[in-house]
Design a protein around this ligand. Sequence first.
Ligand SMILES: NC(=O)c1ccc[n+]([C@@H]2O[C@H](COP(=O)([O-])OP(=O)(O)OC[C@H]3O[C@@H](n4cnc5c(N)ncnc54)[C@H](O)[C@@H]3O)[C@@H](O)[C@H]2O)c1
Ligand SMILES: [Zn+2]
Length: 350
Amino acid sequence: MITIQVNASTKYDVLVGKGLFARAGELTKEVLSPCRALILTDDHVAPLYANALSASLTAAGFVPEVYVVPHGEGSKSLGTLGALLEHLAEHKYTRTDAMFALGGGVVGDLCGFCASVYLRGIPFVQIPTTLLACVDSSVGGKTAVNLDAGKNLAGAFYQPRLVICDPDTLSSLPPEIFADSCAEVIKYGVINDRALFSMLEDGISPASEQIIARCVQNKRDVVEKDEFDTGMRQLLNLGHTVAHAIEKCSNFQISHGSAVAIGTVTIMRAAVAQGLCPTADLDELLSLTKQLGLPVSCDFGADELAKAALSDKKRAGGSITLVVPYAIGDSRLCKIPAADVGTWFAKGLA
Ligand SMILES: NC(=O)c1ccc[n+]([C@@H]2O[C@H](COP(=O)([O-])OP(=O)(O)OC[C@H]3O[C@@H](n4cnc5c(N)ncnc54)[C@H](O)[C@@H]3O)[C@@H](O)[C@H]2O)c1
Ligand SMILES: [Zn+2]
C-alpha cells in the first residue's frame, strides 16, 4: 500500500493499493468512529461493488445504507442533489454520520457537494472506481453539480476524510472509459513529471499502483500550494481549454478524455510552432497518446474552437490563461489576450 498525505485545509490520506477495497471498513475506522454510512453509488457500480463495501463497513461497526443514482453526468444535477439531501434529512442522518462516494467522478463530485452542504458539512470518504476518479477527481476537494448554464457551476471546496483507491476495482471498467482517463495520466507527465511520462512510455500500466500514486502525488503537490484555485492549480487545466471547446463543438459526442488528449497535443504543437518546445517532445507525446488508445486530432477549425473556448468560464476579462508545455515535464501558465486564442489554436491544429 502507498500512502499519500494531503495537507490541505483538512488533512487526509490517499491510500493506493490492491486489495484495499475489501478492507475499506477497518481503514475508515482509523479516521472515523463507526456511524451510519450512506453509500452513494450509480447503477453500473452498485451491482459490482456495493454489497462488498456494505459488508466491509458492517464488519467494522458502521451501519451502511446504499443509495443508487443513474449512471452518467445527468446525475450531477440539482434535482438529484435535492432528493439526496431530503433522503438524508428524512432518515435523520446526523453530523457525526458519514457519506461514502463509491464510483467515478460523477458520484464523487455529487457526494462531496452533498456532504459539504448537508447540516453545513458531514464527513465523507472517497472510494474511486474509475481511473479518472483515482488520479484526479477524488483528490483535492473540488465538488460540484452542473447547472443548465454549464458544468460544475454550483459546488464547494470540501475535502474528504479519506480516499481509498484499489486498482483491482478498475478491472471491470469498459476499455473506452479506461482509455479516456489515460489522457489525464499523460497530462500529469506533461505538466511536471518527465519520469512519470517515461514510465508510461516503458509500458507500465496506467492502472498500476505506482502510476496512480505518482499522479495523486502530483495533484497533491499542486492542491497543497493552491487549494482554492487562484493560481497554479490552473496548471491542471493543461489541454483543457481546447478540450472544452472540442466537447462543446461536438455536442459532447467526443468524450472528455479524447478531447483532453487532442487538446494536449494541440497546445504542445502550438508551442513547438513558436519555438517554445522541442519537436522531439511533441513526437513522444503523439506516440504515447496513440499507444494508450487516444485520438490526436479532430475535424474542427481554429475559429470555431476559439469561439467556443472564449465562452468558457475560465476566461478572465480580455485575457485567457493557457497552460503551455515548454517540454514534457515543464508546463507553465501563460496569460494571452483573448484575441490571440484563434492564432494559438491555428498553430496547434495538424
Ligand atoms: N472534482 C474534480 O476535481 C474533478 C476532476 C476531473 C473530473 N471531474 C468530474 O468527474 C466526472 C467524470 O468522472 P468519470 O470519468 O469517473 O465518469 P463517471 O463517474 O461517469 O464514470 C464513467 C462510467 O463508468 C462506470 N463505472 C465506474 N466505475 C466502474 C467500474 N469499476 N467498473 C465498471 N464501470 C464503472 C460508471 O457507472 C459510468 O458509467 C465529470 O463529471 C467531471 O466533471 C471532477
Ligand atoms: Zn479533465
